[in-house]
Design a protein around this ligand. Structure first.
Ligand code: FES
Ligand SMILES: [Fe+2]
Length: 312
């Protein structure tokens, strides 16, 4: 599969996805946060309305790292010569009083906040909406979100777990089957398996997010796994786990917190089972069998997914 090798190399840029950059709680209006992503570096902060702003970290003057700068009135100020940039990336102040050149701009990524994370879209305009967990709105859940250690694999390899039904039984010992069909769109894949006692409703968004609603042993768990490429060799990730919010009184909050903790432990266990394999494998698309048909379809979807270099 030649084209898959090309995807692994990311020779033509990175997939045009919504990438999680940071925990929403770590993004403030006090200090810019620097993140290495997509083979480049960005700054993340909150503007005067609290909305996340994601911009190229390299100053257009001499290339200083703007993440080393400061937020002055919620505007990014370069640490080197104190040029200041607004939330649209326009330079609005050069302290010497020099005329501001038209090229004194930094790129502003499409940004979103969801599932306890701040996301950037790799492109000038998003090709699709930010990732969802199937069957639920964020407002209906209590969630817990946390960062994961780095991996030496592109995010789409980890996400292939979502349609690798063989490994769900073998590695994770889940009592699940394989869906007849998976629904492949341009920018998402969805499937649903339902028996009387078990429901698995999964969704891949882009090539870097797998989310699912799992109903088993009488309980509902919602989860989302999201990765972002640091560069061509390394990725970082996050996961979110959620349970339905059952009320606002103290008793309900306590009950939800206990259920959330149980759900978090379940997800941690899945990840602990995956990690020794994913962190040591030399990934390739090798000999596939009939049981791998959805996985094979996913690899085709990945190969065809739009790509772009991170805008500079
Ligand atoms: S390098 Fe940023 S203002 Fe000079
Ligand atoms: Fe897995």
């Amino acid at each position: 599969m030649k084209e898959i090798d090309r995807v692994i190399d990311a020779a033509d840029g990175f997939h045009q996805c919504w990438y999680p950059l940071a925990l929403a709680d770590d993004v403030s209006g006090e200090m810019p946060l620097g993140i290495d992503v997509l083979g480049t570096r960005v700054v993340v902060y909150r503007d005067a309305t609290g909305t996340p702003v994601i911009q190229t970290a390299w100053c257009p003057h001499l290339g200083a790292d703007l993440a080393r700068g400061e937020l002055i009135e919620r505007q990014l100020r370069c640490p080197y010569h104190h040029w200041r940039f607004d939330r649209n990336g326009r330079c609005i102040d050069i302290p010497t009083g020099d005329k501001i050149p038209p090229g004194a701009r930094i790129f502003t990524f499409p940004a979103a906040e969801a599932w306890g994370l701040v996301w950037a879209f790799n492109g000038r305009a998003p090709l699709f909406a930010p990732p969802r967990i199937p069957g639920i709105e964020e407002s209906e859940l209590v969630i817990h979100t946390q960062a994961r250690p780095a991996r030496r694999l592109p995010p789409w390899v980890g996400v292939s777990n979502g349609v690798d039904f063989q490994h769900l039984r073998a590695l994770h010992n889940l009592q699940t089957s394989t869906p007849e069909t998976i629904d492949v769109g341009d920018h998402a894949i969805e499937f649903r398996m339902e028996t009387e006692r078990y429901l698995q409703h999964g969704r891949i968004t882009g090539t870097n997010v797998f989310a699912q609603h799992l109903h088993r042993d009488g309980s509902n768990v919602y989860m989302l796994f999201a990765g972002m490429p640091v560069d061509r060799h390394q990725s970082r990730g996050f996961f979110t786990v959620g349970v339905r919010n059952s009320g606002d009184d103290a008793e309900a909050r306590h009950r939800d917190a206990m259920r959330l903790e149980g759900a978090r432990r379940f997800v941690e266990q899945l990840l602990a089972e995956d990690d020794p394999v994913l962190n040591t494998m030399r990934f390739k698309i090798g000999v596939l069998t009939a049981s791998d048909r959805h996985l094979a379809r996913y690899f085709k979807y990945v190969a065809e997914f739009p790509r772009a270099e991170a805008p500079a």
